[in-house]
Design a protein around this ligand. Sequence first.
Ligand code: 13P
Length: 284
Amino acid sequence: MPLVKMKEILDQAEAGNYGVGAFSVANMEMVMAAVQAAEELQSPLILQIAEVRLKHSPLHLIGPVMVEAAKKAAVPVAVHFDHGITEEKIREALEIGFSSIMYDGSHHPLEDNIAETKKMAAIACEYGATVEAEIGQVGGSEDGSVDIDILITSVEEAKRFADETNIDALAVAIGNAHGFYKGDPNLRVDRLEEINNEVDTPLVLHGGSGLTEEDFRTCIHLGIRKINVATATFNHVVSSVNEDAPFNDYFTYHERVIEAACENVKRHMRMFDSAGRVKEEHHV
Ligand code: 13P
């Protein structure tokens, strides 16, 4: 099963009414773990990395690892450039073979977000890649470096944005936030329902870490098809490694990293109900 376009994965999820996890990776071990999880559970997978994380994992190194892992996987895998900010890095990801990009213009006024998203979508189109963009503002930032306030997506703006940009996936802000939630998450499922009623585009939920299975099920029922998970995997790897420390040799540690990342990815795939979907729908 080759590297696939994210649109294909999201269309299948729409037809089957389930969610697909987009798991952030920082190194080869986490790429291997996510693919292993997807293969073991027969789940489609979106592998992603955000532009702000490239200072730790340079795109020219991690990118080819992600693309090659997807090409060799026994299940459909999309490789996604998360929170793209600059044209330079979005182009670099597309050149490496990423099958989708997110352009994040959510901090711009609506008009500028629409204009910039259309520009990036035209670039992605040259490569046949899927495009995600965001309207409203998800709280926090992908790497926790900025404390962005949550700005709940307006239904009218979401509809106009989707109509004018014609993107393939729309990230909404409904009280979700990157990193762990400060108090109990307060998801505006009423707003999600309104957006879902007005917008046909598959919807994306950022800030998956810290939400409950019930939150996920409710959001999936209301049109969320892609769910981003980063912090939960990073933290589960750190806590698992700390539990087993000290390690006497590097490779035992290396294997523990893969095992822990794989555990977290599988836990989320089960909650998103994407497990077991490959045999059913992709006719492997
Ligand atoms: P979390 O770190 O909260 O899981 O958010 C991930 C995310 O939305 C990446 O774009």
